[in-house]
Design a protein around this ligand. Sequence first.
Ligand code: HEM
Length: 525
Amino acid sequence: MVDVLAAGGASALAVVALQVFQSGPLVAALLALVAYFASQATRTRRAYPPGPRGWPIIRNLLQIPQDNPWFAYSAWADTYGDVVHLEALSDHMVILNTAQAAKDLLDGRSAIYSDRPGSVMADLSGFGIEMPMLSYNDEWRRQRKIVAQSFNSAMIPRYYPIQEHEARRLARGMLERPETLVSQTKTRIAAIIMRVTYGYTVKGEDDPMITVPFAAMDNFSYATEPGVWMVDFIPQLQYLPRWMPGASFLATAERFRELEHKASWSPYLWCKQKVQEGSEEACLVASALSQFEGKMDDEDEAALVWAASSGLGGGLDTNMSTIFTFLLAMTRYPHVQAKAQAEIDEVVGTERLPSITDRPSLPYVRSVIAEVFRWYPATPLGLPHALRQDDVYKEHLLPKSSIVIPNVWRMTHDPSVYPAPDEFRPERFGGSDGEMKKATDLVFGFGRRACPGAQFAEGSIFAIVATILATCTVLPKTDGQGAPIIPAMEYTSGIIVFPKHIVCDIKPRSQRAQELLEDYLSRSE
Ligand code: HEM
């Protein structure tokens, strides 16, 4: 009997209730009640997926690691399997440790797995309206459509000249001032995104059109940091009067909101002005404005502003992280660098610079990039999804509102899929684009929330990687005795991660490569 109830017995009882309805409403009502309670029993009886044993009431709260949690989650994968369940107080968390589980649920059942967990502090600070944070609702659809239109396959080649131009400026800048490569990379990647989004040409590292969004992004990281804001645990605190001791977070949130507003509206209004003057460059905002043909209400305009600003939010740190991981790999694996450079010399020659259209003829460079994505994904736990309703997977109950975390780190370091996963070995893909795509797809996320800027990002990464390989040699720094200092494989923690030690020398590959860069830049600047 217990088995019958657990395996759909509740609905069997409901059918019986219907059948006897004619024989008397009272009997039918009683049976319906039994069916209801049986369905509740089914829900509680069906087990959650396995996971570490917690404490009463707080459950796993103290076991959820703060730093680099993907390592602990991956260790739990060995013990508990591909889907791990955790509970903190009354919140449920589900970790997906295999590509198959992520595909089955986040891709296959995306209609119910596409929400995002809320954050009260992020909402108060004005970040809740940004696309990556939005629930799976009409506002999200509206913003997503705007971004998707500008970054679909047909549009991508239009951005190649911008991506190549900035990649070449970056390579020259790194050769001239290798000690500032971090800030230069940030500026040049931001320059690509600002030009494609707003048609705006960044003036330099101090240009407020990028420094203000950078400051707003720092605020975003702080506002969304788990465990920092009491209001995220007790939402009622948001209604405290501002003068009350302990309510200073409200003033902080207001400061964040004002800066976020400025960061998002200033470049938009700049572009709108250009469109009104008829002097705009083709870009995301200009093309969206032309589609509205002057019939845009306030909601449409706000959606366009937030959709546009999500490009910098989504694209800056993720691209930077990927480029820094590439530089780290090149300092640690000089033979890989030499092999990729040899391929470029053979295919592109030494009389011109590589372009993104060379990508199909450079399979080893493509493998290097796929291996960078796999070796240290910029977002080792992707972005969390949230589950809209109770679901059952492999006989286990995944409860409504669970935070669902794809453990991308584990997926790209599963030794049964990627032997010796910590080694940087582009040869592991055997030159197969299908194998490379399997790894790359994982780092750009899942289902309806998968990164809308993926193809565009791949273009920027290819332009930068191929240009650096063609024109520079990335070397470890040396100590007083001339011995190489190999940077440790240490990364920051957080949603988007960076190598802790971005320490390398950048030397020109040849006199000719440097001349090519100078020739190109003197013609285009
Ligand atoms: C190497 C570069 C990049 C990586 C690794 C990356 C990765 C990701 C990941 C993992 C997600 C979450 C997917 C999910 O929820 O399952 C995401 C979302 C997003 N990305 Fe990217 N991204 C990159 C570049 C970009 C660029 C260049 C843009 C825009 C120009 C962009 C815009 C976005 C936006 C707007 C979202 C939120 C989508 C949504 O919530 O519906 N990303 N990205």
